[in-house]
Ligand binder design. Structure first.
Ligand SMILES: O=C(O)Cc1cc(O)ccc1O
Ligand SMILES: [Fe+2]
Length: 474
């Protein structure tokens, strides 16, 4: 039995959502399936089992406390013992130290987009760690993974005991079935699968790739808005949470693949884990459409720090210091006067991993491609490439308001210093010439006061006499 009444293929079905970030929600696939007045009655409606999933310690302060009650046909415990997966997945890491397969470097790193394999590869097999810091065992740290896949997960579900996944699809939709119901996630949207939830990823479009940030020991929150006020950036009501959906089919040999300490373990059971008929609580998967983001920015001078575009933040115990911020660079108007509008040159005590979902990125005229990635580690200098700098200066102060369109870049920014996995450092996708993009930055120093006009005239002259062509429009 399935609680879907339509004849459409599952991937074509319109999925319904509940809305609101961090809300206490309740959903019934069959009316009356939620117990009334208590969580754990002696006998639950329709003979369901009650099961709690906790996302925080029982005693966490109320404003941080996360848990949900699931009412299911059979409890999760009904499975054979976990075994280490035979063809063990060696490209997942959850502990980063000097014994791990990862090392740190202050060099600016950039990767070209990964190829999607031809051999059948599902989301689990196509997931590999790029970099990270800390430890899932010590409940403090993060990992950044990327995935390429071409095949839906069949007869199996994934469960991450290590941390929360924030998935950023770059190509191809992900139809994610979870214990709380279904999420249909397209490139331009993100999904968060909190620690412990079982889920299966189906690919309605076939080939797919994207990025995943995993946080250990904490969860994503909306950032405080400070002087911005009560509104702006990502609105709580735009976060969508599944409605209860279940399947009752028996599945001989259904496999739960559990990531535990970065290793994969499997356990057999004879039923689908997507057997939750009703649930309530505030711990659940969710998705968010990045085009709903309401960006704020400077309206007179200078360049705002990227924190102004924070969608979600996974905090540390230090106020204002993120274990991992998820920041976007969406389409928006640039209006600042007598200002260098692209990102400034900088060194950051935080570490910055960037990806590009579509279009171009305002600091890089070329070389940073959709599906590609870059890492600028703690205090590693970086900023706009030479072409972007020169084009900006050549345009001078008469740029006027300008809208950046066809773009969606993002950053995972962390206070911890990531180590990069050996396969990512040795990958043929690594752009070994990345540093060239800055080597051409020339001294414009004259020793006399250089005004904007003379700099741009000088630059236009240099360009005519063989300087690089300008391809960005910022
Ligand atoms: O390095 C980057 O491209 C990300 C970034 C963007 C920006 O507008 C300001 C600072 C910053 O680190
Ligand atoms: Fe940066």
């Amino acid at each position: 039995m399935e609680n879907s009444k339509s004849n459409k293929r599952p991937e074509e079905e319109e999925v319904e959502y509940q809305s609101g970030f961090g809300n206490h929600l309740a959903s019934e696939a069959i009316p009356g399936a939620l117990p009334k007045g208590q969580n754990s009655p002696l006998i639950c409606p329709f003979g369901l089992y009650a099961e709690q999933i906790s996302g925080t310690s029982f005693t966490s302060p109320r404003n941080l406390n996360l848990r949900s009650w699931l009412y299911r046909i059979k409890p999760s415990v009904t499975h054979e013992p976990f075994k280490r997966r035979e063809a063990s997945h060696e490209k997942l890491v959850s502990e980063f130290n000097n014994q791990s397969k990862a090392s740190s470097t202050p060099t600016q790193l950039r990767w070209n987009p990964p190829h999607i394999p031809d051999e059948p590869t599902d989301f689990i097999d196509g997931l590999y760690t790029v970099c990270g810091a800390g430890s899932s065992f010590l409940r403090h740290g993060f990992a950044i993974h990327m995935y390429t896949a071409n095949k839906s997960m069949t007869n199996c579900a994934f469960c991450n005991a290590d941390g929360d996944f924030l998935i950023v699809p770059q190509q191809g939709r992900l139809w994610i079935t979870t214990e709380c119901g279904r999420l249909q996630v397209s490139p331009g949207e993100i999904a968060v699968l909190p620690q412990g939830f079982r889920f299966a990823v189906n690919l309605p479009d076939g080939p797919t790739r994207g990025y995943v940030a995993e946080v250990f020991g904490t969860h994503f929150q909306l950032p405080d808005l400070g002087p911005i006020g009560a509104n702006g950036l990502a609105a709580p009501r735009d976060f969508l949470v599944p409605t209860a959906w279940f399947e009752e089919s028996s599945y001989p040999g259904f496999t739960i693949v559990q990531k535990f300490g970065g290793e994969l373990f499997t356990a057999r059971q004879d039923f689908s884990p997507f057997n939750v008929v009703a649930w309530h609580g505030n711990y659940a998967p969710y998705k968010y459409d990045l085009s709903k983001f309401c960006p704020y920015n400077t309206v007179l001078i200078d360049h705002s720090d990227p924190s102004i575009n924070t969608v979600l933040t996974a905090p540390t115990e230090k106020p204002g210091v993120a274990l991992l911020d998820f920041v976007i660079f969406p389409p928006r108007w640039l209006v600042a006067e007598h200002t260098f509008r692209p990102p400034y040159y900088h060194r950051n005590c935080m570490s910055e991993f960037m990806g590009l979902i579509h279009g171009g990125y305002e600091a890089k005229a070329d070389g940073f491609l959709p599906g590609g990635a870059s890492l600028h580690n703690c205090m590693t200098p970086h900023g706009p490439d030479t072409k972007t700098y020169e084009a900006t200066i050549a345009r001078g102060d008469e740029a006027g308001p300008h809208k950046i369109t066809d773009t969606m870049a993002f950053m995972f920014e962390s206070c911890l210093i990531p180590r990069v996995c050996s396969w990512a450092l040795e990958s043929p996708l690594m752009d070994r010439d990345y540093y060239h993009c800055w080597i051409g930055l020339r001294s414009h120093f004259t020793g006399e006061g250089t005004d904007m006009k003379s700099l741009s005239i000088q630059n236009a002259h240099d360009t005519e006499s063989g300087g690089e062509s300008m391809v960005v429009n910022i």
